[in-house]
Design a protein around this ligand. Structure first.
Ligand SMILES: [Zn+2]
Length: 665
């Protein structure tokens, strides 16, 4: 799973502004896909060591006299330069503190990381407001763009009232913390399979069943095929969320107050403002993209539902019914590849699982990362800097607590790139390494830009790069590494491969879209607090075609059982990344001279593809994302056509399989 909250660090605009202690608590990082806290770096200037030369007083945000004459372009330029210096200083400080914290968790490192983060937050708050002085001025394009990016550089705008700001920060931490500590404590129920069995097994003979954390409940959802046991795990986890509900409601109110001070209608409008189009146009754009891929999703849904019906019975999964949300191998039914084994299209094809080989070859984390690096250098990218190998954490330490969620970092000065990941010898981790190195190489390509440009062209780009490369990790490429013995040459093998991919990539799309659809409606007031849960399930039904397996009411708060809602991390980036990565893949395959089906393409070894990719990455956020898109694809809009082309053989096959089924819900 690559959707990691971590991302907030990755992108300068989200990163800088994150409510502090989320980081410090070490609750963040899930994804593998994430990116880092950080301040990347610029070469030292003459006579100025990077850390912090304080800005000249006149350029400091707080220094603007209330009744001063209207500022001119020179003042705007000086302001932007001062912000750049100060953000570098603050972010280097906070990235170092966070790194130490997450790789050595103690109360002291928590506190150090929180205070560094708080300093960034406080400064940013002032700078964002001060930037408004330059509204309406005719400015050089790069200055105007840095000011615009500064003004949307937080996903949680705090009210200026110090008490309210403190309350909002505290709410953020409390929600994340409640989520992080969430546990399901099963009760034995005679005659019914429940998670109590697992809890009892964990506890040992004679003891009370042990309470189960999310990772344990998630592995149960992956592997159990028992309706009641799955239901118990699902309902048990969702029961952690009701205490978040009043906090979330208050967080919405305070966040909206902060947004209003920035002149925005609500927090949702701020989240939609980072896409080089109006917030309304962006909302319409996500709906347009979804409309294009929905027919393929519907075919997949129909096929999967029929297979699940064969297992669980017609009385539990009706003809035109939504799929019960606990049966898809994932707590949120967001990626379904864990149920692949239940419905593999063709038996007897060569295995697609490379884990066995990785174990047999005894590859360690460093060797696996080297395989990933080799992919990038084959495209003409630089080798990773020596400090990457010295400073990264690639193995879970035995003697201390660390945050194991994989993420990529750009710590401080001078291309200080790192990977933090407790690597296991598995296929999943090998793919995740490629994903994370996508972030690392993005940092590497733009680290010399002004700090406000040091982020993805938009939030979806950063997530999409690593995944793009991972699409080139095809069975044939894996065989060339000696990680698969045989690769199927026929249509059946291709269908198995595409079906497994679709269970993750296509199944994810409606979920990726609806999380923020729900929050946008909440922030705008379209969804009232009294309807939080009903509105959530209305969207899950509408987009995903899934339904809660047990009765829900407004006493529940099911959105809060998802990390990104509890932690306030915007989510639309993952939806976009899923669309973009196929578009990038198609363009790079074309540059590499690939002919034949898109799913069989690997750009490994193509200097031409590498050059195009670097042209895009090097722009960072310095230009509207449409230009970055053009640099690699020649196109200026998101186009789900590439994804549809990739899965076309599967779509035809699914359509055939679904004959006689009543699809839809
Ligand atoms: Zn990522």
């Amino acid at each position: 799973m690559y959707e990691g909250p971590v991302v907030r660090f990755a992108l300068a605009r989200t990163a800088i502004a994150r409510p502090l202690m989320l980081v410090a608590l070490g609750l963040g990082a899930a994804c593998s896909g994430a990116a880092p806290p950080t301040a990347a770096t610029a070469p030292p200037r003459q006579g100025e060591e990077a850390p912090a030369t304080p800005a000249p007083a006149a350029a400091r945000p707080e220094a603007a006299p209330p009744q001063a004459a209207p500022p001119g372009p020179a003042e705007a330029q000086a302001f932007v330069a001062a912000v750049d210096r100060e953000l570098r200083r603050l972010r280097i400080q906070s990235a170092r503190a966070s790194w130490v914290n997450q790789t050595y968790l103690t109360d002291d490192t928590d506190a150090l990381a929180a205070s560094a983060e708080e300093a960034s937050m406080e400064y940013l708050n002032r700078a964002m407001k001060a930037a408004a002085r330059f509204d309406g001025l005719a400015l050089p394009a790069d200055v105007a763009r840095q000011l615009a990016l500064l003004k949307i550089s937080t996903s949680l705008p705090a009210p200026s009232d110090p008490a309210e700001r403190a309350e909002l920060a505290a709410l953020s931490v409390e929600m994340t913390s409640l989520y992080g500590k969430g546990k399901h404590c099963p009760k034995a129920r005679p005659g019914r399979a429940t998670t109590a069995g697992l809890g009892a097994a964990r506890a040992g003979a004679g003891a009370e069943p042990k309470c189960l954390a999310l990772d344990e409940l998630s592995s149960l959802l992956k592997t159990s095929r028992d309706w009641d046991e799955l239901l118990d795990a699902w309902a048990g986890w969702h029961a952690i969320a009701p205490p978040l509900r009043p906090k979330f409601e208050r967080y919405v109110a305070l966040g909206n107050k902060g947004a209003a001070e920035l002149g925005l209608p609500d927090v949702g409008a701020l989240w939609r403002a980072g896409y080089d189009m109006s917030p309304d146009a962006f909302e319409a754009e996500t709906e347009r993209l979804w409309g294009k891929v929905k027919p393929l999703y519907d075919e997949l849904h129909c096929y999967v539902r029929a297979r699940l019906r064969a297992i669980h019975g017609k009385d539990r999964i009706g003809e035109k019914a939504p799929i019960p949300a606990h049966l898809l191998g994932n707590m949120w039914a967001q990626e379904w590849s864990n149920v692949y084994g239940l419905m593999e299209p063709y038996k007897g094809q060569p295995s697609l699982d490379v884990t066995r080989k990785i174990k047999a070859k005894k590859l360690d984390g460093k060797q696996m990362v080297s395989l990933g690096e080799r992919f990038f250098t084959s495209l003409g990218f630089d080798p990773l800097p020596a400090t990457f190998w010295e400073r990264s954490l690639l193995k879970k330490p035995a003697d201390r607590e660390v945050v194991c969620h994989a993420n990529a970092w750009d710590v401080g000065d001078r291309d200080d790139l790192r990977l933090k990941m407790c690597i296991e010898p598995s296929e999943e981790d090998l793919i995740t390494i490629h994903h994370e190195l996508g972030h690392v190489y993005y940092f590497h390509q733009y680290y010399k830009l002004p700090i406000l440009f040091q982020s993805g062209a938009n939030e979806g780009f950063h997530e999409g790069i690593g995944d793009t490369l991972a699409l080139s990790v095809t069975p044939s490429y894996l065989r060339s590494l000696g990680l698969l013995d045989r690769v199927s040459e026929d249509e059946k093998g291709a269908i198995n491969f595409l079906f497994k991919k679709a269970l993750d990539k296509i199944a994810f799309l409606p979920f990726g879209k609806l999380i923020d659809q729900w929050r946008w409606d909440v922030f705008s007031g379209r969804t009232k607090p009294a309807d939080y849960n009903a509105a959530w399930w209305a969207l899950r039904l509408k987009y995903q075609g899934v339904a809660p397996p047990v009765q829900r009411s407004e006493a529940d708060f099911d959105p809060g059982a998802k990390y990104h809602v509890a932690a306030g991390v915007p989510y639309m980036r993952y939806f976009l990344a899923h669309i973009y990565q196929f578009q990038f893949h198609r363009a790079l395959c074309k540059a590499a001279g690939h002919t034949g089906p898109l799913h069989a393409c690997s750009i490994h070894g193509s200097a031409a593809a590498g050059e195009k990719l670097r042209a895009m990455l090097s722009l960072g956020a310095s230009r509207p994302w449409q230009e970055a898109m053009r640099a690699v694809t020649g196109e200026t809009a998101a186009d789900p056509g590439a994804m549809l082309e990739y899965f076309e053989p599967l779509r035809r096959w699914l359509k055939e399989q679904n004959k006689g089924e009543v699809c839809g819900w």
